[in-house]
Write a protein that binds this ligand. Structure first.
Ligand code: NAD
Ligand code: DAU
Length: 339
């Protein structure tokens, strides 16, 4: 069936992987990408498809009604929305929470209102497992785990989830919420653990590990995540929440060591630095619901997908260089106290 997908934040890490996957897998679909191009938005991520006649880019802010209206004007009916645009980095939210409230809360409400006014078919809100807070040594987050966000980032994402929930309950708006674990793969901005460690190790720079390095995350290859989002977009039930996870828990230190070993770099590059304030100890996802109801499960094994990711950053060292020479440097100095 011919349809338009309005993607917000399509120039970011997951959004750009999703746009490419959609154009590969759905020949009849058109994609309009609304992105403000903040520090995290990079049109180079989309250079492979920018000339595809089924793709259009609109630069704009999801908080600005006029920008969102311009993006909808570029879509043909019927329209579905996949909402990625957000401030996404926890450490930045600790430095300053306001941009997170603006984009993640206000921006989501603007996008919801404009989508409802245009009677969009479906609105997939891409959220995070961080809204559930932190786990002890055992147990997993289910869709019924109470929300207990601990950082300004996760609090703003939880607020946006509740706005989507409210739109469904109040207006019968066809919103669906996904909550996924830590993604890794091509085009991830090198402020997040895996690309930062690959970039630093490649340059023989120190690898900053927060605290004791034993915080645990569940790692999900970005292509698996994008396939899960497509399943929710096409077959999910409005009003429902779907957890998406990789079944793949590792402590940070193990990841850092794996990266060093793959790149044949010494462990003496590891630097234990001051812990992240309020650092969540462990995340783990129970993704049983999406498996049972939509038949999705991850296809990539970490043992293959991590080396594949490292190879991607090596083969795309120019991409990495250009990203690292931009605004990223100022932020890096503030976060780690040097340039
Ligand atoms: P990202 O930071 O790489 O990209 C965010 C994109 O949104 C950028 O292209 C940026 O330019 C755009 N953007 C920011 N503010 C905007 C605004 N006001 N208007 C329009 N565009 C704006 O983020 P990501 O890692 O690709 O994450 C995408 C989504 O997935 C986010 O909502 C995030 O909360 C969620 N998520 C990410 C992860 C992860 O591991 N990366 C895990 C769970 C959930
Ligand atoms: O769980 C999903 C979330 O995963 C998403 O909602 C967020 O958008 C995404 O940024 C990510 O959040 P995390 O805080 O888990 O990811 P990050 O890559 O920043 O950190 C992963 C772990 O590594 C965390 O325990 C902190 C640690 N870390 C991170 C950095 C940047 C370090 O030890 N050193 C570092 O320099």
């Amino acid at each position: 069936m011919k349809r338009s997908i309005l993607v917000s934040g399509g120039a970011g890490f997951i959004g750009s992987n999703f746009v490419q996957l959609l154009l590969r897998q759905r020949a009849d679909w058109q994609v309009v990408n609304l992105d403000q191009l903040t520090y995290a938005g990079n049109l180079e991520n989309l250079s492979a498809i920018e000339k595809d006649p089924r793709y259009a880019f609109v630069q704009g802010d999801i908080c600005a009604q006029a920008d969102v209206a311009r993006a909808f004007a570029a879509c043909r009916a019927p329209v579905a929305v996949v909402h990625f645009a957000a401030e996404s980095h926890v450490d930045r939210s600790i430095q300053s929470g306001l941009p997170f409230v603006r984009t993640n809360v206000l921006g989501t409400q603007v996008l919801l209102d404009e989508s409802r006014a245009r009677k969009v078919e479906r609105f997939v809100h891409v959220s995070t497992d961080e809204v559930y807070g932190s786990l002890g040594a055992s147990g997993k987050f289910t869709e019924d785990t109470p929300l207990a966000p601990n950082s300004p980032y996760s609090a703003s994402k939880a607020a946006s989830d509740l706005l989507v929930r409210a739109a469904f309950h109040t207006h019968g708006f066809p919103g669906l919420i996904t909550r996924c674990s830590n993604n890794y793969g091509p085009y991830q901005f090198p402020e997040k653990l895996i690309p930062l460690m690959i970039a630093n190790a490649s340059d023989d720079q120190p690898l900053p590990v927060y605290g004791d390095g034993m915080n645990v995350r569940d790692w999900l290859y970005v292509e698996d995540h994008c396939e899960a989002l497509l399943a929710v977009l096409e077959r999910g039930q409005p009003g429902e929440v779907y957890n998406i996870g990789g079944n793949n828990e590792y402590p940070n230190l193990a990841i850092v060591r794996l990266i060093l070993a793959t790149l044949k770099k010494p462990e003496t590059l590891i630097r234990y630095v001051k812990d992240r304030p309020g650092h969540d100890r462990r995340y783990a996802i129970d993704a049983g619901k999406i498996h049972r109801e939509l038949g999705w499960e991850p296809r990539f094994r970490f043992e293959q997908a991590l080396p594949r990711t490292i190879q991607w950053y090596q083969a795309n060292s120019l991409w990495l260089q250009r990203v690292r020479s931009g605004a990223y440097r100022d932020y890096y100095a503030r976060q780690y106290g040097r340039s």
